[in-house]
Structures are given as C-alpha cells and as structure tokens.
Design a protein around this ligand. Structure first.
Ligand code: ACO
Length: 352
C-alpha cells in the first residue's frame, strides 16, 4: 500500500508580538533580530499558561482565552475540509507537540473537538521541532503496515509558555501555531512518500532542553520527601535553555546529510526537488542548508518573518500557506526536514 497527502490546514493565535514589542521587554532591537534570524513577528497564545511577563507587558489580563487544543482542532478541521474527509472517517490522529495542555496527552481532546464519533486512535508524539516529521513518517507506517486509511497528523506547539521572556537569547525566536495534514492510503502507484531518514542524539540534549525542575522537597530530603510525612509538592519544567551557536552548527551539518540520505532512499537526485521545506528556525539556517544542497533560494519555502519558530507546527504551517497561495502545486516534489531538541532530526521526500 502507498500513502499520499490530500489536505492541509493551519491556525495561529490572533495576538501578534513584533520585534519592536520585544524591544520594550528585553535589550534588543528589530534590526538585530531580523538580521540574525529573519524573524519580525510571532503569534502568542494568550490563555491559561501564558507567561506573566508577556501578559503584563501587553496588558492582556482581560483577554486570556486561547487554547492550543482549539488551535490544533481548527487546523485539523481545515485540513479535513480540503481533503474532503469526514471526521468520522479518520482512524488515527497523531498530535505532534511538546507543549500539550494535558501532561497525559491532548490528542483525545482534539478527537473530541472534531466530533469523531467512531473513536479513532489518537495519541501524542513528543519530539520538539522534529515532531511533525516523525508524525508524518509514523502515519505512513500505520497506513502501510497497519491497515489505517485516513490519518490526521497535527503539529501544534505553544513554546511561548516555556520561554523566559527576560532572556533575549531565546525569547525572540519562538511563536505559537498549529498545522495539520491528512495522509490517506492509496495504491502503491500513487505513493507520495518516496523516502525518509530519521535520527536522534541524547548527547546533544545539553544544548537545548526544558527539563523538569528540582522541587523544594527533593532538595531537602532527596527524591522521596513524602516518606518523611511531607505532602508531595508537584513539579514543573524549567524555561527553554539553549546554546544557540551549538544548535545552529548541528542544524547546518545534520539537515543536509539527512536530506541526502532521504533522497538516496527515494532513489531521486537533488535536481528533482521542487521545494525545500525546512523547520522554520532561522533564515540563516534555511539559507545555509539550501546552499549546501544547491537549491536556489526561490525554491525555499520561508514564512519565518511572520511567525518565528513555531516548533512542531512550523512545517505544516509553511506547507499550508504555500499550498493555498498556489506556490506548491499537485505533483510537486518536496524535500522536508525537521530538527531540534532531543536532539532529533529527520527528513522526508514527498509528493504533494
Ligand atoms: N538582541 C541583541 N543582542 C543580542 C540578542 C538580542 N536578542 N541576543 C544575543 N545578543 C547579543 C549577545 O549577547 C552577544 O553579545 P556579545 O558579543 O556582546 O557577547 C551577541 O549578540 C552575539 O550573540 P550570539 O548568541 O553569538 O548570536 P548568534 O549569531 O549565535 O545568534 C541565535 C543567536 C539567533 C540564537 C542563533 O544562534 C540561532 O538562531 N541559533 C539556532 C537556534 C535554534 O534554531 N533553536 C531552535 C531549535 S528548534 C527546537 O527544537 C526548540
């Protein structure tokens, strides 16, 4: 059996935070951010869990109602509409997210929001900015080996909730969004996923992470304070910690290698690539990867300027904009790649 992409959709929060807005919170400026990253604006969810620094600064106390789950469901609905697939005909929902609104996973809540009465399997995949690539390849495997027919792959993240808005090295980079695609079973002759390549390296976690914090009980009594009669205090995660230079080096080295490997698995030469669709982390990373692969800049999809790095959402968000604007057309070959925390990275060669 083959599988093909038949629909896409996306959704972003209404609140826009420009570089000039950030310059009022941290010591930075529009020019520095634009030159070093290509980013000018990002969207931020203003709801439960929004960071207090950004809320206070933007005076948002009375308009806190967004939810990442709603955003993901909106993107999914648009993808199903384009694909002309009824929610009841979806048999698997994969939510790729590192920031679910329920620690136990948010995919079943999206299933509920979509009104799927057929009880499709739905679960979360956590792989930071590579999440969507892993979701896409997983969808293909479920279809090819598991008999699934219509799989919804959603990338959705709200990293704004885990950013230190007083750290100019990280808070300028991230935005919130959701994007989705429908992957459908088809005859092998129509197959739209030609080859892929996926990796991870736990050694690199020190360069990029948002790890669980030691709580006070742990510090005072070791990890099992409740044995001393203290109630458990609960835990939370630290803000994003990043060594930007190391992550940059990793991306420009690993991503071209991975795309080359995926092309080899697909049996296609570089010249067959119509579009390079990379995780939208930094324009300089996009440019460096394109140069290494000799892909002309007009064949590189980029919407970083408007949304920043939206983690697992960035690839389906950029794809959706490119499809709806008529850039990406039926039959075009896309080399897509994700990379990020874990460290994780991977690519796939697709036909739209
Ligand atoms: N505004 C003004 N100056 C700044 C800012 C800012 N926002 N941030 C840092 N600076 C200063 C630094 O303090 C430093 O000053 P100094 O020379 O006086 O010490 C100078 O600018 C240079 O800083 P660098 O950190 O060396 O800047 P660099 O060119 O490396 O750019 C950046 C930093 C944009 C973060 C870059 O390293 C990058 O994009 N790396 C990749 C990060 C990435 O993509 N992460 C996400 C991965 S996806 C995921 O899974 C979450």
């Amino acid at each position: 059996r083959g599988c093909k992409l038949i629909g896409c959709g996306s959704a972003v929060p209404s609140l826009n935070v420009s570089n000039d807005d950030l310059a009022k919170i941290v010591d930075t400026n529009d020019q520095w951010i634009a030159v070093r990253t290509g980013i000018r604006n990002r969207r931020v969810l203003s709801g439960k869990g929004t960071n207090i620094v950004i809320l206070k600064h933007l005076r948002l106390w009375f308009s806190c109602k967004d939810s990442l789950t709603d955003l993901a469901a909106e993107a999914a609905r648009k993808a199903l509409e384009m694909a002309e697939v009824d929610p009841n005909d979806v048999d698997l929902i994969l939510l790729c997210s590192s920031t679910p609104e329920d620690l136990f996973g948010s995919a079943p809540q999206i299933q509920r929001a979509l009104g799927c009465k057929s009880n499709p399997l739905s679960f979360d995949i956590t792989a930071a900015c590579s999440g969507f690539m892993l979701g896409l390849v997983s969808a293909a495997c479920y279809i090819r080996g598991g008999g699934f027919k219509n799989v919804l792959v959603i990338g959705a993240d709200a990293l704004s909730r885990y950013v230190d808005w007083t750290d100019r090295g990280t808070c300028i980079l991230f935005g919130d969004a959701a994007g989705a695609v429908v992957v459908q079973a088809c005859d092998i002759g129509e197959d739209g996923l030609f080859g892929f390549d996926l990796h991870s390296d736990g050694e690199g976690q020190r360069h990029l992470n948002a790890s669980i914090k030691d709580n006070e009980t742990d510090k005072a009594f070791g990890t099992n304070g409740s044995a001393f009669g203290f109630p458990p205090t609960g835990s939370s995660y630290s803000c994003i910690q990043m060594n930007g230079k190391e992550v940059f080096r990793f991306a420009v080295r690993a991503v071209p290698q991975s795309i080359e490997a995926a092309l080899e698995n697909a049996g296609l030469p570089r010249s067959k690539i119509d579009w390079l669709l990379l995780h939208q982390a930094n324009q300089r990373i996009l440019d460096a990867v394109a140069t290494r692969l000799e892909v002309p800049s007009e064949h590189v999809i980029s919407n970083l300027a408007n949304y920043g790095n939206t983690s697992a959402a960035s690839i389906p968000l950029a794809l959706d904009e490119a499809v709806r604007s008529g850039k990406v057309q039926a039959g075009h070959v896309i080399a897509a790649a994700g990379f990020g925390a874990g460290l994780t990275w991977g690519s796939a060669i697709l036909r739209w």
